[in-house]
Write a new protein. Structure first.
Lengths: 108, 325
């Protein structure tokens, strides 16, 4: 009973973080903040959802497989965010603060 | 509840399809194709067709996205502007669509157990395959034994696709003074790739040999293994990857897979059975079925792996050549 309630709580939290990530992806002003929103979704939401799912198994092979998936996602999704941000930086994209600074210099 | 999830997924599928039609940026279209495949994979999971979902996720969302991106690297990412009016095609599409919708009115009710599709061969597979073949995963029994001819044809199609791409583009030549490519400056990517690639190959082997007992099999395993090598080529550069797995080896492997598959069929000929009748491969028919299925899944896996990697090599080599010019 307690386990099921905890699992539900985890799943709702996971869904909440997915939703905030999606909102952030649409509403944030520039590329880097958007990557940040998406990567928070990747990490926090996966941890919550997978723990929520593990609590619903009978802690056998399925739970181990879910933990493997969690480890794999925790390795790969921050790497993907990092690669995206680094390529954008490498391609010459400026952050919001830097863009505003250059605008000020232009107007001065 | 299941119907509700189905409806939501189908709605998202329709929205994705509409965006694919109207977007002019082909890069975004390729990404949307990947999303489309993942959504259909989810629908398949909802229909309890996990094997199909696995194939859709690994082939549709995984490898074909990579290959389409490879194509875009050669052709450019903007769609050509279409100047002529589209009235005639629109009429044709509307008429065809109306005819198809009219055709669905005669269809039997969805999911009814008395439908012809549930009554034809499925009951026999479900009743007899545990005794005849003895595999826990009935999908593998159907795919590799009852429908072995179809699967042989699919493997041959994959092989033919690789031959087609190679005859158009050609494989990278192994030169000593090959240009440096890959992501030299991405230290994090290199470390993580080294960490992840062995795991991916291990998972591919698991999918290959566990396909008799759970979802999986040669097609998915071949694609996953090819994805590991593609990741290696992306991070460490095409020349390094071509040094590790030589293009000439891939050509031989692609042919070897089809040969193993067809050879299993010919072997059962010589042992007194029909083509691809595995019962005669061992003294016990069920053991013979197991040997036959493992052999042909190995053939499928080899061909798919080699063919996908050949196609990727061909695209990547062509893209590097155009980059130099």
């Amino acid at each position: 009973m307690i386990i099921e309630a905890a699992s539900t709580l985890f799943l709702i939290l996971g869904a909440f973080f997915s939703l905030t990530g999606a909102v952030g992806l649409f509403r944030f002003p520039d590329f880097f903040t958007r990557v940040h929103a998406a990567s928070v979704t990747d990490s926090a939401a996966t941890i919550f959802i997978i723990f929520g799912l593990v609590l619903r198994t009978d802690f056998g092979l399925v739970a181990v497989k879910l933990l493997f998936i969690l480890i794999f996602l925790l390795i790969t999704s921050p790497t993907a965010s990092h690669a995206l941000a680094k390529s954008a930086r490498h391609g010459g994209l400026l952050t919001l603060v830097e863009t505003e600074a250059t605008k000020k210099e232009d107007s001065d | 509840m299941v119907e509700f999830i189905d409806l939501v997924l189908l709605g998202m599928l329709a929205i994705t399809a509409m965006r694919i039609i109207f977007l002019k940026d082909l890069f975004a279209v390729v990404m949307l194709f990947g999303i489309y495949s993942f959504l259909s994979a989810l629908i398949f999971v909802n229909l309890d067709a996990v094997d199909v979902a696995f194939t859709e996720a690994s082939v549709g969302a995984g490898i074909s996205t990579v290959l389409m991106l490879g194509t875009l690297a050669l052709t450019g990412r903007k769609e050509k502007v279409n100047s002529h009016t589209a009235w005639l095609p629109l009429i044709v599409v509307v008429v065809t669509g109306a005819a198809l919708i009219y055709g669905t009115l005669d269809m039997p009710p969805f999911g009814d157990s008395n439908n012809p599709v549930q009554q034809h061969v499925a009951p026999r597979y479900i009743q007899d395959s545990p005794q005849e073949i003895g595999l826990p995963n009935m999908v593998t029994s159907v795919l590799a034994s009852y429908r072995a001819f179809d699967t042989l044809g699919e493997t041959a199609v994959v092989f033919a696709a690789a031959i087609g791409v190679l005859s158009l583009l050609g494989l990278p030549k192994q030169e000593k003074s090959a240009i440096e490519s890959g992501l030299k400056s991405h230290l994090v990517l290199r470390v993580v790739a080294k960490l992840v690639i062995p795991l991916i190959i291990l998972f591919a082997l698991y999918v290959q040999f566990h396909g008799d007992y759970g979802p999986g099999g040669g097609f998915q395993a071949g694609v996953i293994a090819a994805a590991a090598i593609i990741l290696y080529a992306l991070v460490f550069g095409l020349p390094t990857a071509a040094h590790v797995i030589a293009p000439s080896l891939l050509k031989a492997l692609a042919a070897l897979g089809v040969l193993i598959y067809a050879g299993t069929g010919v072997a059962s000929f010589f042992l007194g059975g029909d083509f691809l009748d595995y019962n005669v491969l061992a003294s016990d028919p069920v053991a013979g079925q197991h040997i036959g299925i493992i052999l042909i899944e190995l053939g499928v896996g080899l061909t798919v792996f080699a063919a996908m990697l050949c196609i990727f090599y061909a695209f990547a080599a062509q893209a590097e050549r155009t980059n130099i010019q």
